[in-house]
Write a protein that binds this ligand. Structure first.
Ligand code: ZN
Ligand code: MN
Length: 494
């Protein structure tokens, strides 16, 4: 792929974490609810009802716009987007057409160590639609569909990015960053598998260096970060192949089929005029005062970028650690809770921070992957990891034991001191208990002693190994080494 480049723009739909729906007072926590139990005449689309704007949803969109460096409109309005589909109760979706709440702005990703700004087109507010379930009768083989209206009217934020992404990897990085920002803001769960964070992509290719796009395809139905990456890779390759064969890439909507690993044509792409947009007559236009925007700006939480910088400055972490830890709010919170608020002098704080970072990004992340669970759902608590680090610092356990303890903590949620006691993992760290074993090891291994006296320092390692073996790994290795060295030195001076 040297002569063509990909031009990708992403459109993300993210459900907002409000308590009630966008235009009615139905509860918005519908995921665990029985079908059609979070409904009222408004979200059922009954004639004659009046919608009311959810103020919290508007605030969440403004927060997102501020985090993305967008301009926040002073004047904004809702519009009807008309299309017939069984998941759309009213026959139209209340959305925003020409006066979105946010315009412009950017988001930064890091590509091969270089910062790259991806422009934002707009962020607007709309409502989600009902959920259809397509079923087949086991007896008659008739197909039918059920409608669950619980999702209808959930506040939905649409975030449109400029087509400035040049590869599936850049698209993936953009999505990861955008999701992190929404999670830090607390406006969305960002859960792609559950459908609260959904992504469509516009994909084109063009000769490298040219501005002329060859066709434009919208790709839908990508339900995970991996699916986005694979679908885009497939689609870019497909278009390049067509162009090289002298074919025209038709403008159309294609769906990603995970099992087949390919995109398939769904319909010819629709245009804005197909939706017959017009201003929503049941809702007043909104004026967003600058004072309101400023009040929201003051309340903005620390965002991933700022937190990463702080992790480097305050904890002395390498950029690599800081970047990985702050990529998800849950991980960054876990790390900070582990390090703790207690003031430590600089050196001790940095040492503890690096140790915590190593355990979180290393063994803990490994266990999470192994069991495919999210950190939020794990049984290990930050105070337990902190306690584990204390046990290591005090020499109560060594690193191999600590790994065993973490695995147990992960499986059972028990505090480390309990695991150490139950499994008898504590190191032997008092001299009186180790001395006799050291004496015996020296007694039995005179050859090693002679080697040492002749200047072979490696002989000490051998003797330490003998003591560790005799104590079944429980002796504190650095204490053992000290004791052996002292005895050998005493023998030398005799
Ligand atoms: Zn309702
Ligand atoms: Mn939309």
């Amino acid at each position: 792929m040297t002569e063509y480049e990909a031009v990708i723009g992403l459109e993300v739909h993210s459900q907002l974490l409000t308590r009630s729906k966008m235009f009615c007072s139905c509860r918005a926590d519908y995921v665990q609810a029985q079908p059609n139990t979070r409904v009222c005449p408004v979200c059922l689309g009954m004639p004659g009802v009046l919608p009311v704007i959810n103020r919290q949803a508007v605030e969440f969109v403004i927060m997102t716009g501020l985090a993305l460096h967008s301009q926040i409109a002073e004047y904004t309005k809702f519009d009807r987007k008309n299309y017939p589909y069984p998941d759309l109760m009213k026959g139209y979706q209340i959305s925003q057409y020409d006066e979105p709440i946010c315009r412009g702005g950017y988001l930064e990703i890091e590509v091969d160590g270089q910062r790259k700004r991806i422009g934002m087109t707009r962020v607007h507010l709309e409502e989600d639609v009902a959920k259809l379930q397509h079923l087949t009768d086991p007896v008659t083989s008739d197909t039918y569909s059920l409608v669950d209206v619980n999702r209808s009217g959930i506040p939905l934020m649409e975030i449109v990015g400029e087509p400035e992404l040049r590869s599936p990897e850049e698209a993936r990085l953009y999505l990861v960053k955008l999701r992190a920002i929404l999670q830090y803001l607390g406006v969305s769960t960002g859960n792609m598998e559950e459908g609260s964070f959904r992504c469509d992509a516009n994909v084109s290719v063009r000769p490298r260096g040219s501005t002329q796009l060859l066709g434009k395809v919208e790709v839908k139905n990508m339900n995970s970060f991996r699916a986005v990456y694979r679908a885009l890779q497939y689609e870019v390759e497909r278009q390049v192949r067509m162009v090289k064969e002298g074919q025209r890439v038709p403008q159309e909507t294609r769906g990603w089929v995970e099992e087949r690993g390919e995109t398939v044509a769904q319909r010819s792409k629709e245009y804005a005029h197909d939706y017959r947009y017009f201003p929503e007559p049941d809702l007043p236009p909104m004026v967003i005062s600058r004072e309101w925007v400023e009040r929201i700006r003051e309340r903005l939480p620390e965002l991933p970028e700022a937190r990463r910088e702080r992790f480097m400055a305050h904890y002395g972490l390498p950029a690599y650690d800081a970047g990985l830890l702050t990529a998800s709010r849950a991980t960054a919170d876990f790390f900070e809770a582990t390090v703790g608020k207690a003031p430590r002098e600089d050196e001790a704080l940095r040492r503890r921070a690096k140790a915590a970072s190593n355990w979180v990004l290393g063994d803990l992340t490994h266990l999470l992957h192994l069991h495919s669970i999210e950190l939020e759902a794990a049984q290990v608590r930050p105070q337990h990891l902190a306690e584990l680090l204390d046990l290591l610092d005090q020499g109560t356990i060594g690193t191999p034991q600590a790994k065993t303890v973490l695995e147990d903590m992960f499986a059972t949620g028990k505090p480390p001191s309990l695991v150490v006691a139950e499994k008898g993992l504590a190191q032997i760290s008092n001299t009186a208990d180790i001395e006799p074993v050291v004496a015996e090891a020296i007694e039995k291994n005179q050859q090693a002693v002679q080697d040492y006296l002749k200047g072979k320092d490696a002989a000490v390692k051998f003797l330490v190994g003998q003591v560790m073996k005799a104590t079944r790994g429980k002796a504190n290795p650095s204490l053992v080494q000290d004791l052996i060295q002292k005895r050998l030195e005493a023998m030398r001076s005799n």
